[in-house]
Design a protein around this ligand. Structure first.
Ligand SMILES: Cc1ncc(COP(=O)(O)O)c(C=O)c1O
Length: 414
């Protein structure tokens, strides 16, 4: 019997774009916005904007403490958002979803709690492609506790050296902390393999998932990491809200992070006992509205067909990469075989900032600079790159507009 090739998943990008009001605007006169700075932050669908509005208009109240109806409704909505996030990342239980301010706070939470048990000479392993959020908190621990920070190298293509990572693990290694998808290169790291390598030696793993959750649901149980951190604003949610997921035993073993209301069971002047997860790690009035709207964003993203999103984003990356390669003196930075839709570029003779400034006048929003990965730029010998990052709501037309604008900019500057 002849085998039939699977039908490629189709994705109605024109339909999806209608959900995003910010995409329908002109940034200068007669210059429509082409938004290609999604790795910095995503645009928000109408449903998320409406959810924030509805909360403040008719539900605003504090959670977990009021006997009144409004507070009970707000509490239900806040906890339902936790469930929406749990489902999006396939955590085993809602208690394993801790709301934080974002990826940065999630990593700092781990550094300030798990980090308390580390001693001088203990080691933390990171990689050359980390965002500052996964470097600086560990450097601060190095300064206060005398730990050692080991950095695993990458190849010139932007591929992590797994053998070197394996060699870096010793009986003093207390944590491997690694980015899932590089925001500067797009490299997708084999986090499941990294978790296996580390767990074989009893070493916990933290994964910085800031750039993976924008591309569709993930499965933290399959990945198996001890901690998984991400930000709401990169996955269609609001700013100021993010998540620390943790394996239950790991979270339960952490000392409290901040002290205050909501995280306690009982307080006397002599002694305080703490609440159970997740509240023990969420002191004070939480970011209720943004958490609720993050829940809406997670549901929105979960409803997209992940296979179709993957195919669409891969097509955009391949199409844009091929087209920009025809531009004189332009080099693609980050050519790992397994890449997300992040296209970093450098120019032989032009500064990325100058090119980015002209692109802006042509309506193209990209990021230029070091992308909070200064050590990575130093490793690559670059002052920075010009980065176009594609989301599921981008189109081939956006890629064409980028290429046209790059051609204009390079001609003008040369
Ligand atoms: C890979 C990575 N990690 C961490 C962060 C920090 O995220 P936030 O600023 O939302 O805390 C970012 C943001 O760009 C990122 O791309």
């Amino acid at each position: 019997m002849p085998t039939t090739a699977p039908t490629p998943a189709t994705f109605d990008v024109d339909r999806v774009r209608q959900d995003f009001p910010a995409l329908r605007q002109e940034v200068y006169e007669d210059t429509p916005l082409v938004y290609l700075d999604n790795a910095a932050t995503s645009q928000k669908p109408e449903s998320v904007i409406d959810r924030l509005n509805r909360y403040y208009r008719s539900e605003n109240s504090n959670v977990h403490r009021g006997v009144h109806r409004l507070s009970q409704n707000a509490t239900d909505a806040y906890e339902e958002a936790r469930e929406a996030v749990r489902s999006y990342i396939n955590a085993a239980a809602t208690e394993q979803v801790i709301f934080t301010g974002g990826t940065t706070e999630s990593i700092n939470l781990v550094a300030n709690t798990y980090g308390q048990r580390l001693e001088a000479g203990d080691e933390i392993v990171i990689t050359e492609m980390e965002h500052h959020a996964n470097i600086v908190p560990w450097q601060m621990l190095r300064d206060t506790r005398g730990i050692r920070l080991k950095v695993v190298p990458i190849s010139d293509d932007g591929v992590l050296d797994l053998d070197a990572l394996n060699d870096a693990l010793t009986d003093r290694t207390r944590l491997v902390s690694v980015v899932h998808i590089s925001n500067a290169l797009g490299t997708v790291n084999p986090v499941e393999d990294i978790v296996d390598l580390a767990h074989d030696r009893g070493i916990p793993v933290l994964v910085d998932g800031a750039q993976s959750v924008p591309h569709g649901p993930i499965d933290v149980q399959r990945i198996g990491a001890d901690f998984y951190c991400f930000s709401g604003h990169k996955m269609c949610g609001p700013t100021g809200i993010g998540v620390l997921y943790g394996r239950r035993e790991m979270l339960e073993s952490l000392p409290p992070y901040q002290g205050g209301g909501d995280m306690i069971e009982e307080v006397t002047f002599e002694k305080t006992t703490y609440a159970d997860l997740p509240h023990r790690l969420e002191a004070g009035t939480p970011n209720i509205a943004d958490a609720i709207a993050l829940g809406t964003a997670a549901r929105y993203m979960e409803e997209l067909d992940p296979e179709a999103v993957g195919t669409h984003e891969a097509d955009l990356l391949a199409y844009a990469t091929e087209r920009v390669r025809s531009i004189d003196g332009l080099r693609v930075i980050g050519t790992a075989p397994n890449k997300a839709s992040v296209l970093s570029m450098a120019f032989e003779d032009l500064h990325p900032y100058d090119v980015g400034t002209i692109l802006d006048r042509l309506g193209i929003a990209v990021r230029t600079g070091h992308h909070c990965t200064q050590p990575l730029m130093q490793r690559l010998g670059l002052p920075g790159t010009l980065r176009a990052s594609f989301a599921f709501y981008n189109t081939r037309d956006d890629a064409d507009a980028l290429v046209d604008a790059l051609e204009t900019a390079t001609t003008m500057l040369r």
